[in-house]
Design a binder for this molecule. Structure first.
Ligand SMILES: NC(=O)C1=CN([C@@H]2O[C@H](COP(=O)(O)OP(=O)(O)OC[C@H]3O[C@@H](n4cnc5c(N)ncnc54)[C@H](OP(=O)(O)O)[C@@H]3O)[C@@H](O)[C@H]2O)C=CC1
Ligand SMILES: Nc1nc(=O)c2c([nH]1)NC[C@@H]1CN(c3ccc(C(=O)N[C@@H](CCC(=O)O)C(=O)O)cc3)C=[N+]21
Length: 306
């Protein structure tokens, strides 16, 4: 059974992502002749995590549909750190590669910082390197992390001008929570960045115009925490048991108890079909931006403002 939303408008992340994909496709067409080749995204996937496989498959499909080249490098989870670093170095050195994404998490024996810091910041379409993070904090131009970019974009669609809005971000990871806080700050929001040691999270949420849930805890954010009319952005992707789907059945849920929250929120993103598709859309945007910047060309008209 589909969740039944109450008062909230359900934000259609899939439709928003399709619109952005179409801008990217137009931008690729504008750039390609001057570039002399298609922009290219390389994805490195280590191990067999099933959720990662789905994500990588979707990425490859949409990269190609936008007219870009996609390189997919898969390695066994037992790969040594030095070999993985070598793969990233080879992608750095390949002038025809514009974007490099190393899928997280990496197996425990590999230091993710060492691998990420190997990525050429000009090709860092995930915005994960210290250079990209530093540029974000300084407000300098650079590649911004995709998932938080998707959050800001959908919040602007829902609420319009964000200046002065109060935002609670739940989770402080380098990939999602921290950059989300800085991107909303850049929109002149007042931001509270919370984490597992935060006290009184429900009270903080109750004052928030925007809640970004990125804790990786299934249905942790309860409906009663949400201020009437707030915009709830659910980043969480959690696969949980669904006995109603029969023996061994599973389903995806977010970090928000959707049905409850939808009764109080003004706007809410579903899982799936919310933030997830937007992450890939901004990955394509970043790849196109990186391709133009690396070639010393202006950003294609079609993606200005994205
Ligand atoms: N939709 C999308 O495109 C994407 C979805 N995801 C999903 O988003 C979720 C978060 O991902 P990611 O940021 O990588 O996760 P991490 O596991 O790296 O970080 C989780 C963060 O949540 C905090 N946290 C954990 N439990 C609580 C709690 N009870 N109350 C408050 N904060 C808590 C942790 O706090 P502390 O630091 O104190 O440990 C940590 O900062 C996952 O479900 C992931 O699958 C991730 C990336 C993209
Ligand atoms: N370096 C790195 N960068 C990332 O951005 C990154 C990562 N590592 N590791 C894993 C997480 C997770 N993530 C998702 C992105 C899109 C969907 C997505 O498209 N979800 C769809 C489909 C979900 C489904 O049906 O399986 C949806 O929510 O509708 C999901 C998850 C990016 N991550």
């Amino acid at each position: 059974m589909k969740p039944v939303p109450g008062a909230a408008s359900v934000i259609d992340g899939k439709a928003a992502a399709a619109l952005i994909d179409s801008h990217v496709k137009a931008g690729v067409a504008q750039l390609e002749s001057r570039l002399g080749r298609a922009p290219c995204l390389a994805v490195v996937l280590v191990g067999e995590d099933p959720a990662s496989q789905v994500y990588v498959r979707n990425k490859v499909k949409r990269t190609e549909a936008a007219g870009m080249r996609s390189i997919e490098i898969r390695r066994d989870a037992r790969i040594e750190e030095a070999e993985l670093v070598g793969i990233v170095e080879a992608l750095n050195a390949d002038d025809a590669v514009d974007g490099i994404l190393v899928q997280m998490p990496l197996p425990g024996h590999i230091d993710p910082y060492r691998v990420v810091e190997t990525i050429d910041p000009d090709k860092d379409v995930d915005g994960l390197t210290a250079t990209s993070a530093g540029r974000l904090v300084q407000g300098a131009p650079g590649l911004r992390p995709c998932t938080p970019s998707g959050c800001v974009w959908l919040a602007r669609q829902a609420l319009g001008e964000l200046s002065g809005k109060s935002v609670v971000v739940i989770g402080r990871s380098i990939l999602v929570g921290k950059p989300a806080a800085f991107l909303f700050l850049e929109q002149n929001c007042t931001v509270m960045l919370s984490h597992s040691r935060t006290l009184d999270l429900p009270e903080h949420c109750a004052r928030a115009d925007i809640v970004v849930a990125a804790a990786g805890r299934p249905e942790m954010v309860k409906g009663a925490w949400i201020k009437e009319g707030a915009c709830v952005l659910d980043v969480g992707i959690n696969r949980v048991d669904a006995p109603e789907k029969g023996e061994g059945g599973t389903k995806l849920v977010g970090d928000v108890a959707y049905d409850e929250a939808a009764r109080r929120a003004g706007f809410i993103t579903p899982v799936p079909g919310g933030i997830g598709p937007m992450t890939i859309a901004f990955l394509l945007v970043n790849t196109l931006k990186a391709a133009a910047a690396r070639a010393g060309l202006a950003q294609p008209e079609a993606i200005r403002g994205l």
